[in-house]
Design a protein around this ligand. Structure first.
Ligand SMILES: Nc1ncnc2c1ncn2[C@@H]1O[C@H](COP(=O)(O)OP(=O)(O)OP(=O)(O)O)[C@@H](O)[C@H]1O
Ligand SMILES: [Mg+2]
Length: 365
């Protein structure tokens, strides 16, 4: 197990700042997911941890040991970590057991120790009966598990996984998510899992970091990212949130008072007075008019059949916002005027605050 600490780490490639002054701490033994759109810097963060890239500024420590920055650099082979990639990179001419034992042999472990560790790793990933097969005799998911077993057999303090499920079909990916969680629990090793799929990250990890354009937007447990997004980017990226511009007026008991389309609403949130975003998901809105709840007027722009009922896209005309989504048991034709009851949502500041210095004037949940 190894704690990971990044302090103000920057990595530039010519004109691109791939990682821009990033600071975070991953506790030892955590399952940490790094998520964000293509090109946001996830792989670069992973390569910085591995020692395959050097930071241009800032420092990196693994397990309490400084490994990069401030004139220090520890080579990848000396960092006690394993990597698993999207392409499994197995030797095609070797058996499963041969692939796993190969690195152990390079380390100079005895044949008996190699056999014991190979057996242990294959048992952990549920492939005990497949030791003598060759990679082409395995399914994609089984190959990915061999790649993971090969890393686990080295018993590293830290395993880095870069989009390891990207080559698998949706069904297999689901099954592998459960497998990865079980293997992480049993192995107790720190896992850093990179993906561009926020559902995958939320399903797997205890701690999720959302990156955008080289910066960390928010690092939090999945539930908190979903219900208390710190920026508009996170609100949109996680759980298909929609953001509506509002004016934050102040605190109102346990909620924030915001003005939207000339109405005052009381909504949970964390923002200073001034321009803000209201993050809304379909589950925050209903077409029924529950008495006492604030209402919004809009016009149906589109509808689609989804999960047994209809998802309406509604234009809050005049709000200057995206179309927002609401479920309806019955179809409602585009053009129809509807009234929405608001039962949830989250208010955040319009101007992104520095994630590490998030000190809103009002914070209520
Ligand atoms: N060796 C390199 N030389 C030049 N630019 C690079 C290099 N590696 C990465 N970049 C750039 O740095 C940025 C971040 O790249 P990175 O591979 O970390 O993104 P990513 O989040 O892993 O994306 P993806 O989800 O597509 O894998 C991108 O703009 C990329 O083009
Ligand atoms: Mg990548």
């Amino acid at each position: 197990m190894a704690e990971i600490v990044f302090q103000s780490v920057t990595r530039n490639f010519a004109a691109t700042t791939a990682v821009d002054g990033v600071s975070f701490t991953v506790p030892a033994g955590a399952f940490f997911a790094l998520v964000g759109p293509s090109g946001c810097g996830k792989t670069t963060v992973l390569r910085l941890i591995a020692g395959l890239e050097r930071p241009d500024a800032g420092t990196i420590a693994l397990g309490g040991r400084a490994v990069a920055g401030a004139g220090r650099f520890v080579e990848p082979a000396q960092r006690d970590l394993g990597m698993v990639f999207q392409s499994y990179a197995l030797w095609p001419h070797m058996t499963v057991a041969g692939n796993i034992a190969f690195g152990l042999g390079l380390r100079g472990l005895s044949k008996a120790e190699q056999r014991a560790r190979t057996h242990e790793a294959l048992t952990l990933v549920g492939l005990e009966g497949h030791a003598d097969r060759r990679p082409h005799e395995l399914s994609g998911g089984q190959r990915q598990r061999v790649a993971l077993a090969r890393s686990l057999a080295m018993r590293p303090a830290l395993i880095l996984l870069d989009e390891p499920l990207a080559n698998l079909d949706a069904h297999l990916r689901q099954a592998m998510l459960a497998e990865f969680r079980r293997i992480h629990r049993q192995a107790g090793t720190t896992f850093v899992f990179v993906t561009h799929d926020q559902n995958e990250a939320m399903a797997l990890a205890g701690l999720v970091a959302v990156m955008d354009r080289g910066r960390m937007q928010q690092i939090a447990p999945p539930q908190e990212l979903f219900s208390r997004p710190a920026s508009a980017m996170v609100a949109r990226f996680v759980g298909q949130g929609r953001t509506v511009p509002v004016e934050v007026l102040g605190a109102d008991g346990a909620r924030l008072r915001v003005r939207l389309m000339g109405r005052d609403l009381a909504v949970p949130g964390s923002a200073p007075a001034g321009p803000g975003w209201l993050c809304l998901r379909a589950r925050d809105l209903t077409l029924e008019l529950a008495p006492g709840q604030p209402r919004l007027a809009g016009r149906v722009a589109d509808l689609r059949f989804e999960g047994g009922d209809y998802m309406l896209s509604v234009d809050l005309e005049g709000a200057g916002a995206d179309l927002i989504e609401v479920r309806s048991a019955a179809p409602v034709e585009p053009g129809a005027e509807v009234t929405l009851a608001l039962s949830g949502g989250w208010v955040l500041p319009r101007e992104a605050l520095a994630p590490m210095a998030l000190q809103p004037a009002f914070e209520v949940a």
